[in-house]
Design a protein around this ligand. Sequence first.
Ligand SMILES: C[S@@+](CC[C@H](N)C(=O)[O-])C[C@H]1O[C@@H](n2cnc3c(N)ncnc32)[C@H](O)[C@@H]1O
Length: 500
Amino acid sequence: MTAGAADPCVAEILGDPAFARLKGLVIETTGMAFYRDKDEDLARILSARMGCLGLSTCFEYLVQLQNPATPGAEMDELVAELTIGETYFFRHKEQFDALREVILPDVIERNTPFKRLRIWSAGCATGPEPYSIAIMLEREFGRLIEGWNVTILGTDINQKFLNRARDGRYDEWAFRVMPETLRTQCFEPVGRQWQIRPQFKRFVRFQYHNLIANPFPSIIDNIAGFDVIICRNVIIYFSKETVEALVPCFRETLTEGGWLIMGHSEPNQDLFRDFRTVNTPGAVLYRRDDGHSRRNAAARPSPPPPPPMLPASSVLPKLAKLTGTAVPPPPPPLLPPRPSSLGSAKPKPRAKIKAQPLFSPQPDSPPVADGMEEMRRLADSGQWEAATAACDKAITATPLNPVAHFYRAMLFEQAGDLEECEKSLRRAIYLDRRFVLPHYHLGLFLSRRDDPVGARRSFRNVLTLLECAADDQLVVQGDSITAGKMREAVAMHLKLVGEA
Ligand SMILES: C[S@@+](CC[C@H](N)C(=O)[O-])C[C@H]1O[C@@H](n2cnc3c(N)ncnc32)[C@H](O)[C@@H]1O
């Protein structure tokens, strides 16, 4: 990046009265507590960004970051400079050996009856991690998973990295530990770069996800029910408190028996005490084993009252306290928030979801059928068959319920039944045109199906429906997604489908 001639200098930024607020916002948004004691590094990055925009004070830059006319755009630019995307193919061989020898054989055997496999690379940077898994799966397990519904989802907070990941084109340096013969089999040379061959791309999808701000598990975000989660060299930049709040979320996002792979030099195994630890040569793996965590809880000597395990959305106020920034109280939810099952041995009964879409204020909106909360819990933990049965039951009981049809669409998507997924989304919209989420998901669905015109129409419908909503208003059924965040996501997707 080239900074403009009039960049405010680092010393000016460090002495600016709004610097602390700016720093707090950065850490709050990204979780990167790493910058807590790196004021000069941060000031250098801010100086360059502010120079590009011709701004001279931190206050002006804060205003720009929150400019409602270009939601999230400058934050994306800043995040692109703040995040560190060091990555390469088959990084840390011992963990890939463990995938090949232990993890994939286990999940393939257990999932054979359903022919479904879901893997999440959280903090995937420019993509070598999910593509390495795809290469291993295709080459070494291809015959076993023929005809399966396989998803390898790469997510990141850095939109620029995600765009490069989607392109799948890499410099020599990304192959530093990959044998040349393997590279030639899996990549085509393009000038001085290498392009991944289509057969190794077909399972892999990339999606924006901020581990700090977007709560998970969430079937609505497609972050639910994974057989394997790999999150390496990401949480090293987060504070201990943030990591403590994230680990239970990872656990809840795995299927029973699912596997978690963290970076090999990371962290304190005690954080993962609710997992079963499995040691393989040169790697430590964590496995969700609900029987194990119950035994573990029982075996702990007179436990002190555990700190509440916070869902990811609750990480923000904690960080603000640490960074000394004031966080506005969260907006009152328009629906009771989906209670987290984290942190209490006995999950509290969830509040009933009401189908009173915020942007659909008809007093006579149909109530959501009984059993939807249970369906949601089953779906979030990847118990797809049971979740589908619960959803079908709800639809039989209240066939005109838009929320039930919307969830059915999400389940069809997981099952790879795209035709039924689209039908259910359209049915949910037909039943309540002002229900925002089905429009949004129809937009995603159509952009994946290469229908940019339809996708643009759906995304514009979302913007129209959100027109009068304040940024901090919660979107109905959207977990903690606010209208502001949804507008940002839509703006980004509109860009991807080619809206000027
Ligand atoms: C060092 S790279 C790791 C890449 C890959 N996992 C590996 O080990 O090769 C760290 C990645 O974490 C991403 N990241 C940082 N904060 C994040 C957040 N809050 N949510 C999601 N991703 C984040 C960064 O953008 C970056 O791409």
